[in-house]
Design a protein around this ligand. Structure first.
Ligand code: PMV
Length: 337
């Protein structure tokens, strides 16, 4: 039996603009999905997802058998869990040259689902890592990140960027520009996440920005301006002491850039009333800055605050279902003992 876990992520800056070749800086945070894998002596797959719905569910299937879970779960949830696990299993079988390998898989996750925190990427990364190790193969992290990207790409019909899977595999802050992904040094960034309990439709939101860009030249400028914010943020980060606690000045400057970024994302039509209300609650509680994270439309915001004030204020904000501190995770995927 092998257990691997991988972190979720927030975007410090750059979502949406990254679709048009601008850089983005996602950061792994200490909220993880753990996937337990045990090789079977047949080629079937049994998936148990204890935290992905209220009651959890178990489903066992072979190549063509239908997938009937033991409790009633929405088809979308079932498809999501089994789809990502199937794709992860296919990558592991391919990497280990074991096309008929079967597995018992258990998913446990404390990352809110589909809310811009990279929950599916974390499941795919941890799943491929655990399944390949179970077959006696240890992948280099770059290969793991690449296989996880291919798995997400397949499940999401080509609508996946490398950001989530690369960040979840490597941990820390990363820089994404097109297909170029690399880790960057940063101080310990004190993130706070607020979650409205909902989720936006990434495909629709990305299409909305595309339409706006086609209609208005200045929307294209807005996207480029987000790129400028990212570049400015990167300069600040590269001048800071890596691994240390950030100075108040750095937090102030980064927070201002996050606020600016949120304003531009709002202008591009990807925020929502609940996200805006959480952003304002965080700012009023004294956060250095706050913005939506991920595709938007609903889901999560990320704030920068080294006190407990923002988390508490968000908990008392009507639109916020859950708020938590989420320190930068520097480790990425790991095997759990
Ligand atoms: O909601 P998430 O975490 O999948 O982030 C989407 C980020 C976008 O830039 C909007 C789309 C993308 O593929 O980069």
């Amino acid at each position: 039996m092998t257990v691997s876990s991988a972190p979720g992520k927030v975007y410090l800056f750059g979502e949406h603009a990254v679709v048009y070749g601008e850089p983005a800086v996602p950061c792994a945070v200490e909220r993880r999905a753990a996937v337990t894998v045990e090789a079977r002596d047949d080629d079937r797959i049994r998936v148990e997802a204890s935290d992905l719905s209220l009651d959890g569910f178990t489903v066992e299937y072979g190549g063509t058998a239908d997938r009937r879970p033991d409790v009633d779960v929405p088809a979308s949830l079932l498809d999501a869990a089994t789809g990502y696990i199937d794709a992860a299993v296919e990558q592991a079988r391919d990497a280990a040259d074991a096309p008929d390998a079967g597995f018992d898989v258990t998913i446990e996750s404390d990352i809110p689902l589909g809310a811009g925190l990279g929950s599916s990427a974390a499941v795919v990364v941890a799943g491929i890592d655990a399944a390949t190790r179970e077959l006696g193969v240890e992948l280099e992290k770059t290969e793991l990140a690449d296989r996880a990207y291919r798995a997400e790409y397949e499940v999401q019909d080509g609508e996946a960027s490398r950001a989530d899977t690369f960040c979840s595999t490597m941990g820390g802050a990363v820089r994404i520009e097109g297909d170029d992904c690399r880790r960057i040094d940063t101080p310990n960034l004190p993130f706070v996440v607020g979650f409205d309990g909902g989720a936006g439709d990434t495909g629709e939101l990305v299409a909305g920005v595309r339409a706006l860009r086609e209609e208005y030249g200045f929307a294209a400028d807005t996207v480029e301006n987000i790129g400028d914010i990212v570049r400015r943020g990167e300069t600040l980060l590269s001048a800071a002491d890596p691994g240390a606690d950030p100075t108040e000045d750095l937090l102030t400057e980064l927070g201002r850039l996050m606020n600016f970024d949120h304003g531009l994302l709002e202008a591009l039509g990807v925020s929502s009333r609940t996200l805006d209300n959480m952003v304002w609650a965080a700012r009023e509680a004294g956060a250095h800055g706050a913005k939506l994270t991920g595709a938007g439309g609903g889901g999560c915001i990320v704030a920068l605050d080294d006190t407990r004030e923002t988390e508490t204020a968000l908990r008392y904000t009507a639109e916020c279902e859950n708020a938590f501190r989420a320190e930068l995770d520097r480790e990425g995927v790991r095997v759990e003992e």
